[in-house]
Design a protein around this ligand. Structure first.
Ligand code: ARG
Length: 661
């Protein structure tokens, strides 16, 4: 049920006499946050008055509109407020009927979209050959919850994990294997060993890059110092009027200098750490060209070198096993996992087509697409013949269009890749691939407590698995501590405790991530994430368990509740009942907003508000000791439907519920 759509339909009918764009004005209906203004509010009278030829004011227009509106079966008589707002309050009867109708419905009253064009969602897409880390949470969790939500709304959804299974990271492990690997050890313990080789080579490559960057960093600092000195002089000599601007320039210059100094310090630290390491130090000296040689191993793989291809074929399954283990734990599944390697055979064709169309042209030996909207071109083939990330994405796009014929393709990828996607979409436009709606569903960074991108003490990104383990441990301390456990009858055995800790711990990480608008960065704080009484999944899961318990104590199955309602009817006797039901019928609105914005935080907000409305209901309304049979039937129906909605909502976020906690 989507009440604004229902109201809009009635408004469209009434608006036909006022405008030839009734849909546009009818869309100006919003839910209110203050019950003084009704449950919904229509704001169309003000803009309509601006168009009015006979100079009617907004309140007059609103009055005429209200006279035409046929809303009796839905709302109390509308009220006109302030400059011309139309306040709409739903009839209790409408709410109680809606509740009764939704009872047996496992869609929780949410209508099903009718369409056969799928939405493709490209998400998670890690570069394999290195363990998944904290940076992979967001794409994985946001993409999964979008997939679940859109699928539930009725869209055919195709999920595709665009694995980075063909890039430099394979050059890294191939190099590592050839120079530092022990075939027997790799054979017997591939996942750990490959991760170790990756770490060693990556550190050596980073060391090389850092060493090479020193002269430039030092030069930058020198230049920045110069600018600061000049800016200081300007401040000293500035007249009153210019002083503010000069100070600003100085502050900016000082920031740039500080940034460059931090860059140099971190490069020097990296270098020192390798040089002082008894294992890495000698390796760094012996492998002086490791950075270019790693690239050469990757290039050889791409050229079809038999040895590297055979190593790649040997390593890839282990890399996939490793990530699949994590996906299983997170309950994340893909329809397709077509990695970058899958598109490799198509790249020559794509570039040739772009050339034929006159879109790509040679620039110093590289093949480039020049886009009028951008300063720098999109390079699709380097001087040495190597293809790039962008080339693969063009081939992927073409493949998806022919294979799936989608209405939309969503790329759930870090904001830092915005420019790549802007260019990709622009090329797609020129390339005749524009029929589909392409969306970069971008997201911000996970930060540590210090507000900087979250890293371990040694400066590497925190492994995803250890993060999940920490969350589950913490959840266990919070939910299964001895003080709480004494209250359970029958007592919780170890297995039940483990299940609860897993559901609450994993749920905490997902919920916290999804609770921020995807484009903002957020600070990772495990204690806050698993709290039972904050804006957390544990709070919602706990509400669910409480409702479950009430229904159990009432000994009322789904059918029983429906039968009780048929027999005794539904009526409100307390405002908390009405508020909760009003909240419950807004589920579809929340889900539609998730789609509109590609932002699951709207669903998170909805679930938290619903759990809070439930808590007020629970504080005020006895269910089992209700004063009459019809009040009891009403309250059981509310509890039942609220439990269904919270359970479904959590499920759409990829979060489990537990029967008791
Ligand atoms: N593997 C890439 C990375 O880790 C993300 C791929 C996103 N999807 C895409 N079609 N480009 O940065």
């Amino acid at each position: 049920m989507h009440v604004p759509h229902l109201l809009q339909q009635r408004f469209i009918d009434a608006l036909k006499d006022f405008t030839d764009r009734p849909e546009q004005y009818a869309s100006m209906i919003r839910g209110t946050s203050d019950p003084k203004h009704g449950d919904y509010q229509a704001n169309c009278a003000m803009p309509l008055a601006k168009q009015s030829k006979d100079g009617k004011n907004p309140r007059e227009i609103a009055a005429m509109l209200v006279a035409k509106l046929e809303l009796d079966d839905i709302c109390e008589p509308p009220e006109i407020a302030g400059p011309g707002f139309i306040n709409l309050k739903l009839r209790d009867r409408f709410l109680t009927d809606s509740l009764a109708n939704m009872l047996g419905d496992d869609r929780c009253g949410v209508a099903q979209v009718e369409t056969d064009k799928p939405i493709v969602i490209d998400f998670s897409s890690p570069n394999v050959a290195k363990p998944m880390h904290v940076g992979h949470i967001r794409s994985t969790v946001i993409g999964d919850s979008l997939a679940r939500t859109l699928r539930f709304l009725g869209y055919p959804v195709v999920t595709d994990n665009h694995l980075g299974d063909w890039g430099t990271q394979f050059g890294i492990i191939i190099y590592g294997y050839k120079h530092f690997g022990d075939p027997d050890v790799v054979e017997s313990n591939p996942v750990t060993e490959l991760a170790k080789l990756y770490r060693i080579v990556n550190q050596l490559v980073e060391y090389r890059k850092a060493s090479k960057s020193l002269p430039k960093l030092k030069q930058t600092i020198e230049d920045a110092r110069q600018v600061v000195t000049e800016a200081k002089d300007t401040v000293e000599q500035a007249e009153d009027k210019q002083l503010k601007k000069a100070k600003k320039t100085l502050a900016a210059a000082e920031r740039r200098l500080a940034g460059a100094e931090t860059g140099l310090a971190s490069a020097e630290e990296k270098i020192l750490k390798v040089e002082q390491d008894s294992d890495l130090g000698p390796k760094a000296i012996a492998h002086a060209n490791i950075d270019t040689e790693v690239l050469e191993e990757t290039a050889k793989l791409h050229r079809g070198d038999p040895e590297n291809i055979s190593l790649w074929n040997r390593f890839l399954p282990h890399c996939k096993d490793e990530i699949n283990r994590i996906y299983a734990r997170l309950d994340i599944h893909f329809d397709h996992t077509l990695g970058e390697s899958f598109y490799h055979p198509m790249l020559a064709d794509v570039t040739a087509k772009l050339e034929q169309l006159g879109l790509a042209s040679d620039s110093d030996g590289a093949l480039c697409v020049f886009l009028p909207e951008f300063d720098a071109p999109m390079i699709i083939r380097k001087q040495d013949g190597a293809y790039l990330y962008a080339t693969t994405d063009l081939a992927t796009l073409e493949y998806r269009l022919t294979e799936f014929n989608p209405s939309e393709i969503l790329y759930v990828v870090d904001t830092r890749q915005s420019e790549h996607f802007e260019k990709l979409f622009a090329v797609a436009d020129h390339f005749g691939l524009s029929e589909v709606k392409l969306v970069h569903v971008n997201f911000g960074t996970v930060l540590g407590e210090d507000g900087r991108p979250m890293k371990t003490r040694s400066g590497t990104l925190i492994g995803l698995e250890s993060l999940l383990n920490d969350a589950v441990d913490r959840a266990k301390q919070v939910v299964c501590n001895p003080e709480r456990l004494v209250n359970f009858d029958p007592p919780m055995d170890a297995e039940e405790q483990d299940n609860i800790a897993e559901a609450v711990g994993i749920g905490a990480i997902k919920f916290a991530d999804l609770s921020h608008h995807r484009t903002s960065d957020y600070r990772f704080n495990l204690d806050k994430m698993v709290a039972l009484d904050g804006n957390t999944s544990a709070y919602v899961q706990y509400s669910y368990a409480r409702m479950q318990k009430i229904l159990q104590n009432a000994n009322a199955s789904d059918d029983d509740v429906a039968a009780l309602v048929r027999e005794h009817g539904v009526e409100f006797t307390h405002i908390a009942e009405r508020n909760l039901v009003l909240q419950l019928i807004r589920f579809e609105e929340a889900l539609n907003t998730v789609h509109k914005d590609y932002a699951p935080n709207h669903l998170v907000d909805y679930l938290l508000e619903t759990a809070k409305a439930y808590s007020r209901f629970n504080d005020n309304c006895h269910v089992l000791k209700a004063e009459s049979k019809s009040i009891r039937a009403t309250r059981l129906a509310i509890v039942f439907h609220c439990k269904q909605t919270l359970g479904k909502g959590l499920n759409l976020l990829g979060i489990d519920v537990v029967p008791r906690m």
